[in-house]
Design a protein around this ligand. Structure first.
Ligand SMILES: CCCCNCC(=O)NCCc1ccc(S(N)(=O)=O)cc1
Ligand SMILES: [Zn+2]
Length: 261
């Protein structure tokens, strides 16, 4: 039988077979953001993003997505402000996407899916000695989510897309030594924020989510380039890396705040 819309997540990749959420999980991600239910918080500060492009290290295919990893041994690439009490160090960014443009993002806005979503992952090195420890703590991580929509060609993304054939298979890596991820973040300062979790194992409830209101535009060829990556290693039966997003999780007792009216 072919995968229907409902089954696609459960059948395609065991990782995303969700037991709804982890037992006892009260702040799981992703969620649907109902725009009219979000609450404007005038005390939210603007988010300050200061990245040093030379901290970029490499791109690797970890079998779930492709990650661009950064040297997080100093405070050279950080974010501060917004809903955050401390500054957070950039560790990596990655994407989630669909097999077709109708779906692919992890978060939805008023139940609308985008074809893809970018996650910029930061950790609280002020309070915790390592990323691994921060992953286990309620205020350990801050992830900026940016929606991708089908539209104009994205120049900045293209340098990344050009490198993807070199990381087609799981566990392949390529050096990538200068890239400024700010070029992937919309200039509009508006965002939603809520307390959530990692959307892949270990699914820990350690993430302050900062979801940008405005999407970035990418073209069809750039989305197709994501879809030619593989979940599988070289020599295994090929499985295209698509639909690597987790199903929506219950809001439970949470509010989503907005930085804008
Ligand atoms: C090499 C062994 C290290 C294990 N320890 C590393 C680890 O726990 N990593 C968790 C990584 C992760 C997962 C999901 C997101 S998302 N999609 O929520 O932004 C962000 C980051
Ligand atoms: Zn992610």
């Amino acid at each position: 039988a072919t995968c229907t819309h409902k089954d696609r997540n459960d059948a395609l990749h065991p990782l995303w077979q969700s037991p709804l959420s982890i037992p006892g999980g009260s702040r799981q991600s992703p969620i649907n953001i109902q725009w009219r239910d979000s609450i404007y918080d005038p005390f939210l500060k603007p988010l300050k993003i200061c990245y040093d492009p030379t901290t970029c290290l490499h791109i690797w295919n970890n079998g779930y997505s492709f990650l661009v990893e950064f040297d997080d041994s100093t405070d050279k690439s950080i974010i501060v402000g917004g809903p955050l009490e401390n500054q957070y160090r950039l560790k990596q960014f990655h994407f989630h996407w669909g097999a077709i443009n109708e779906w692919g993002s992890e978060h939805t806005v008023d139940s609308k899916f985008y074809p893809a979503e970018l996650h910029l992952v930061h950790w609280n090195a002020v309070v915790y000695p390592t990323f691994e420890e921060a992953v286990m703590e309620g205020n350990g991580l801050a992830v900026i989510g940016v929606f991708l929509k089908l539209g104009a060609h994205h120049e900045g993304l293209q340098t990344l897309v050009d490198a993807l054939p070199a990381v087609k298979h799981k566990d392949t890596v390529i050096e990538f030594d200068v890239f400024d991820p700010s070029c992937l973040i919309p200039s509009c300062p508006d965002y939603w924020t809520y307390a959530g979790s990692l959307t892949t194992p270990p699914l820990t409830e350690s993430v302050t989510w900062i979801i940008k209101k405005k999407p970035i535009e990418v073209d069809e060829n750039q989305l197709e380039a994501f879809r030619m990556l593989l979940f599988t290693s070289d020599g295994e039966e090929e499985k295209r890396m698509v639909d690597n997003f987790r199903p929506l999780q219950p809001l439970m007792n949470r509010t989503v705040r907005s930085s804008f009216q």
